[in-house]
Design a protein around this ligand. Sequence first.
Ligand code: ADP
Length: 481
Amino acid sequence: MQILSVTPEIYPLIKTGGLADVTGALPLALGASGVKVRTLIPGYSTVLARMETDEPVLHYAALQGGPATVRVAQMAGLELLVLDAPHLFDRVGGPYGDTSGDDWPDNWRRFGALSQVGAEIAGGAIKGYLPDIVHAHDWQSALTPAYMRYGRAPDTPSVMTVHNLAFQGQFGAGIFGSLGLPGEAMSIDGVEYYGGVGYLKAGLQSAWAITTVSPTYAQEIRTPEFGMGLEGLLNLRAADLHGIVNGIDTSVWDPAADPLLPGTYSAKTLKARAVNKRAVEKRFALDDGEGPILCIVSRLTWQKGIDVVVSALDDIVATGARLAILGAGDAGLEAALLAGAAQHRGRVGVVIGYDEALSHMMQGGCDAILVPSRFEPCGLTQLYGLRYGCVPVLARTGGLADTVVDANEAALAAGVATGFLFSPVTTGALMQGIHRAIAAYSRPAIWANLQKQCMKADVSWSRSANRYVDLYKSLLARKNG
Ligand code: ADP
């Protein structure tokens, strides 16, 4: 089975969040089941600079305002198709915006082009390559199923995966004429959305199947509270909507062999985490001491509940725990956290920025990871926490609720507990979760058991990859039946 994956991010080439981890790890997991994945990604300058091979397989004299070439490349076990279109992707800044964080004004054109090329490859544009199924990820590739449906490859099954419904790619109606879609596509059951063009909406409407990254989030997005305006459409398509929880790449995230850790360890050598804890203390200028270190590795946004953490800082410090925070995002939240760190010197440490290596050290050295998200499609940091024995303290929502078993008395007694869930996302509930975690930490035998239970949890891709294989097979059966 041949799958064409279309995505704006893929680890280890280009990552701003969990999407990249998923699109980077899933092909490897599917490969083990005999499914071959090729991934179409934009040729950002950083990506082109790291390409291993460079064989052009498709050329456009004019694609959205300039010439473009699709090149084959391999990296880290991944088969890539890179869309080299300098007028769209050769820029200084991030994949979606400039260095000051403002979105590129022509994102509709950049990702419209990516989607169009994906659909044309689905239709056989590359000689000798015809994927059986196309798998699109998030709004940036969500026009792919629409282009396929409106002529490029109507008989090829497509899957639209939503990693976060909050990002929808909505643009004015004026762009429609430049997309090269037939006029009939500008309708309520096509790409039209509240008078404009909705990329994610178009993908949800056009794809043969829709998936999101946890069963609970798949239910939540059918309600007005979480549906972000798309709940009506998602309810109409409920029969084709599946929730498949993410796994993690357990070779990249392996505490027993992680080159980014000062000290490696296993569930049998938990005491060896101490050297990592010392390293975290040093890096975050925290006092040394016996108490727990809680950590956060996150985009600093309202979604992630970081404002609630800001209002809880005094209470957290009052428990005697220390707090290490790594993240970047809203300027106001960054400033508030830095002010909190200045006020609670030695007790709260904040590093603003994106630092993959440091995130490993924190999972390997801190005692608990806080994820107080208001909504969370799947969440990955709690999965890394499980794998590293950094016990998760989580809001009971979306994938967070699906991946951790709350350490209530019964679960502790049965030996199945893996973390602490709280709700709603308020300072009071967060503090309750933290208090429960700290109480468990003060009982070393219970805490060690909890850590071991965490590290035993199956967070690998194997089970979820099989669910994608089953879905792909069912779509091929639908096509052929
Ligand atoms: P989202 O995709 O919504 O940001 P996820 O929990 O699904 O949230 O994935 C976040 C990913 O990005 C994880 O791999 C996490 O470790 C990583 N990450 C987030 N912020 C940082 C940061 N400041 N430095 C390093 N890694 C980060």
